[in-house]
Ligand binder design. Structure first.
Ligand code: ADP
Ligand code: MG
Length: 574
C-alpha cells in the first residue's frame, strides 16, 4: 500500500499533480461517505473496521478502525483539499496502489456535514480530536482513545436541501451502504467488518482471511457453502491472475448484482467483465437467472487506469480482451470440472440449439438442450384472439393511435404494435428472401470486446437478418450490408445501438428471437413520432395480420380496449 511507501505524513499535493487527477464531487449520498471512510481505514492497514449508521446515514455515519492513525499535528491537514499521505509525485499516479489518493474525501465530507475525528497512531502517547462545522475547525484538542481512528459524520446535507431531495428513503440509503460495506468485506477477507444499522448488527465478517467466511458474513452460510473456488489455468502463473469463488449452478439469483468483481481488490462495475461471467454460465442456469460470483482480477498496477472516474468505480484496462477471455474460460472450466451439467427440459429452456463459440469446444460438455426439441416462443404460446378490424381515428400525444372497431374504442401503443409486426416478420425471415441493403462503400466501425463477442456469437442470426460484417483487425469491422429496415439510419451508430440492445436482451436464450426482438425494438416507430393517417391505417392493418397482435414481443400490451358496454357504463347510459 502506498501509505507504506510514503510514511504516514500528510502533504499538500503540488498543483501539477492536482491537475492530473480526475476531480469531481465525490460525496453524493450517505453511501459515498461510508465508501470514502472505509477506504481510508483500509489504506491505514486497519484489521478491524466498524461502521455505524443512523437513519440511512443522514443522522450518523461513524467509522472506527484500528489502523495507523493520524498524528495530532497532521490532523487539521487531513481536512485540507488535496492533502494526502498517499501520493507525492505525478509518477505515483501511474502506480496507485492505495484506495484513496486525491486528498479530497475528508474536506468534501466536512463541507456538507458536521465531522468529528479522533485519532491516535499506535506509537503516540495520546490521541487528538478535531471537530469541524461547514468545513471550519470549531474544536481541536487532546483525546484519550485506543490506537486508530474514529470519524463521525452527522447531519449530512442538512444545509444542502437540494441534495437531500435526491436521496431515497433511509431504508434505501441504508441498503446502498450495506452494499458498499459488503463489497469491501468481500475484497478484504483479512479485515474484520461490522455494520450496525440503527444499532442492529447487519453484517459481520470474522477477518480471518478466508473469503468463504467473508462470503458467509455477507450472504449467509448456505450461500457460502455453495461456492466453488475458481480453477486457475494449469502451468506457470503470470498476470492477470483471477482468484475467488463462484456459485454452483444450483445457486442462482434474479439479477446480476451478485456478480462482484474487483480489480486489484478495488470493486469495479464492468458490464463487459460481468458479461464474461454470465456467458460462462450459459447452459448451467435457466434463462433469466444470474450467477453469484466474487472474483478479484490481479494485474500489474500500470495495466489499470483507476484515474478515469471521480468515484473510481470505473477503470480502464489495457488488455481487456485478454482479461475477458481468461475470466470466461476459468469460470467455465470451474463449472464443467466441479458440477455435472444439468439436464434442462425444452419447456424450461427458452433456448434453441446453440454452440457456444465463446468457450473452447473441448471444454464444454455436450449441452443438454442441444438435443432438446425446438424451443417454444418466449411468450407463453397463447391462443391470441384475433383483433377486429379497426379504423384509425387519430393519434394521442404522438404515442397512441385511437381507433374504432365493432366492439368499441381501442388505444394502440404505436411502438409496441410496430415491434410486434416487425418481430414476427424478422422471425419469418428464414423462409422469406433476406431483406438486406448493401452499402455502396463499406463502413468501418470500432467495437468493444463485448460487442465483438456478441457479433461472433450471433453471426448466423445476424446475417440471416441482412447484416454483413467482416473483421478488419484491432476491434474494427467493415459493414457491407444492413437489414433494409435500417437503411435510412447512420450505419455505425445504429449498429452500435443495435448491438447494445441485443446485449440487453440477454435473458432470451433463443438467438433468432433475441436478434429479431432487438431489431424490432430498434426499427419500430418511436413514441413521439408523428404518424400520418395513412401510416396509422397501415400499422393497424399489419397488426391485425400478426399471430399475436395483443402483445409486443416483451409481453407488454399493444392495445387497450374499451368496449361499447364499458363506455355506456362510464357515461351512465344504462
Ligand atoms: P486520501 O485518502 O485521498 O489521501 P482523504 O481526504 O480521504 O484523502 O484523507 C486525507 C488523509 O488523511 C489521508 O491521506 C490519510 O493520511 C489521513 N487519513 C484519513 N483517514 C484516515 C484513517 N482512518 N486512518 C489513518 N489516516 C487517515
Ligand atoms: Mg481517502
Amino acid at each position: 500500500m502506498a501509505s507504506m511507501n510514503h510514511p504516514n505524513v500528510i502533504r499538500k499535493l503540488p498543483p501539477q499533480v492536482i491537475g492530473k487527477i480526475a476531480a469531481g464531487e465525490v460525496i453524493e449520498r450517505p453511501a459515498s461517505v461510508v465508501k470514502e471512510l472505509v477506504e481510508n481505514s483500509l489504506d491505514a492497514a486497519a484489521r478491524s473496521v466498524t461502521i455505524e449508521i443512523g437513519r440511512g446515514g443522514l443522522d450518523l455515519v461513524r467509522v472506527s478502525d484500528d489502523g495507523a492513525g493520524i498524528s495530532p499535528e497532521d490532523l487539521p491537514l487531513a481536512f485540507e483539499r488535496h492533502a494526502t499521505s498517499k501520493l507525492l509525485t505525478e509518477s505515483d499516479l501511474e502506480t496507485v496502489a492505495s484506495l484513496g489518493f486525491r486528498g479530497e474525501a475528508l474536506p468534501s465530507i466536512a463541507a456538507v456535514a458536521e465531522v468529528e475525528v479522533a485519532s491516535r497512531p499506535a506509537d503516540a502517547a495520546s490521541g487528538a480530536m478535531l471537530r469541524l462545522r461547514e468545513g471550519e475547525v470549531v474544536e481541536h484538542g487532546e483525546k484519550g482513545i485506543a490506537p486508530g481512528t474514529v470519524i463521525a459524520v452527522r447531519g449530512l446535507f442538512r444545509r444542502q436541501p437540494a441534495r437531500l431531495k435526491f436521496l431515497r428513503s433511509p431504508a434505501a440509503e441504508a441498503a446502498q451502504i450495506a452494499g458498499v460495506v459488503s463489497h469491501y468485506a468481500l475484497a478484504y477477507p483479512e479485515v474484520r467488518f461490522v455494520l450496525l444499522v440503527d444499532g442492529r448488527l447487519t453484517l459481520q465478517t470474522p477477518g480471518d482471511a478466508d473469503l468463504r467466511e467473508a462470503a458467509a458474513g455477507v450472504y449467509g452460510h448456505q450461500v457460502a457453502q455453495a461456492l466453488l473456488p475458481l480453477v486457475a489455468d494449469a502451468g506457470p502463473v503470470a498476470p492477470p491472475v483471477i482468484v475467488g469463488l463462484i456459485g454452483e449452478p444450483g445457486l442462482s439469483r434474479a439479477n446480476r448484482n451478485y456478480i462482484t468483481l474487483f480489480i486489484n481488490r478495488r470493486w469495479v462495475r464492468s458490464r463487459t467483465l460481468t458479461y464474461a461471467v454470465e456467458e460462462a454460465y450459459h447452459g448451467f442456469l435457466m434463462a433469466g437467472r444470474h450467477p453469484l460470483a466474487i472474483l478479484d482480477i490481479r494485474l500489474p498496477a500500470n495495466d489499470v487506469d483507476v484515474n478515469v472516474h471521480p468515484s473510481k468505480l470505473e477503470v480502464r484496462l489495457r488488455n481487456e480482451r485478454e482479461v475477458f477471455a481468461l475470466l470466461q474460460r476459468q469460470v467455465r472450466r470451474t463449472l464443467t470440472q466441479s458440477a455435472p451439467l444439468p439436464s434442462v427440459s425444452a419447456t424450461t429452456w427458452a433456448g434453441g440449439p446453440r454452440q457456444p463459440q465463446s468457450a473452447p469446444r473441448s471444454e464444454a460438455a455436450p449441452l443438454a438442450m442441444e438435443t432438446a426439441s425446438p424451443a417454444p416462443a418466449i411468450e407463453q404460446p397463447r391462443l391470441a384472439p384475433a383483433v377486429p378490424v379497426m379504423r384509425a381515428l387519430g393519434q394521442v400525444g404522438m404515442v397512441y393511435i385511437v381507433a374504432e372497431g365493432p366492439e368499441g374504442l381501442y388505444l394502440v401503443d404505436q411502438h409496441a404494435a410496430h415491434e410486434r409486426i416487425l418481430f414476427e416478420r424478422f422471425l419469418d425471415a428464414g423462409s422469406a428472401a433476406v431483406d438486406a441493403q448493401g452499402l455502396l462503400e463499406p463502413v468501418a466501425v470500432e467495437l468493444t470486446p463485448r460487442q465483438q463477442v456478441l457479433l461472433t456469437e450471433m453471426a448466423p442470426e445476424l446475417s440471416e437478418q441482412g447484416f454483413a460484417l467482416e473483421p478488419f483487425g484491432e476491434g474494427t469491422y467493415l459493414v457491407r450490408s444492413v437489414p433494409a429496415v435500417l437503411k435510412d439510419k447512420e450505419v455505425a451508430s445504429t449498429l452500435i445501438e443495435f448491438l447494445d440492445a441485443l446485449a440487453r436482451e440477454e435473458a432470451i436464450a433463443d438467438r433468432r428471437q433475441r436478434v429479431a426482438m432487438s431489431l424490432a425494438c430498434h426499427a419500430a416507430v418511436r413514441a413521439g413520432q408523428a404518424l400520418s393517417q395513412e401510416e396509422m391505417r397501415e400499422l393497424l392493418r399489419q397488426l391485425e395480420a400478426t399471430e399475436n397482435p395483443r402483445h409486443c414481443p416483451h409481453g407488454r400490451p399493444t392495445m387497450i380496449h374499451m368496449s361499447a358496454d364499458a363506455l355506456a357504463r362510464e357515461f351512465r347510459r344504462r
